[in-house]
Ligand binder design. Structure first.
Ligand SMILES: [Zn+2]
Length: 89
């Protein structure tokens, strides 16, 4: 499979089917970019789950992705940026 931040996000939330979890886990083992994404998402989700009730999981994922994309202190690699742009984020 190819890089997919949404799958990484769903993976963190335990929202994936068992079959897909295997594929995502396998991808994470071989992809530094997605591990980086997952690390950032985990940090953001930890903060947000402390402060907000989740009424809109899809909107939350988008907000999280925006935070990750706008993270100026630790900019993602060019490869990650162009991948996110391809997704229209
Ligand atoms: Zn990847």
């Amino acid at each position: 499979m190819s890089c997919n931040p949404e799958l990484v996000s769903a993976f963190l939330d335990n929202e994936l089917d068992t079959v897909i979890v295997g594929a995502v886990t396998e991808h994470l083992l071989s992809c530094d970019e997605c591990v980086q994404t997952m690390t950032k998402l985990a940090a953001v989700k930890a903060v947000m789950s402390d402060k907000f009730m989740v009424h809109d999981p899809e909107g939350l994922t988008l907000s999280v992705m925006n935070v990750v994309t706008n993270d100026r202190t630790a900019p993602p690699s060019n490869g990650m940026m162009s991948f996110l742009k391809k997704l229209g984020i």
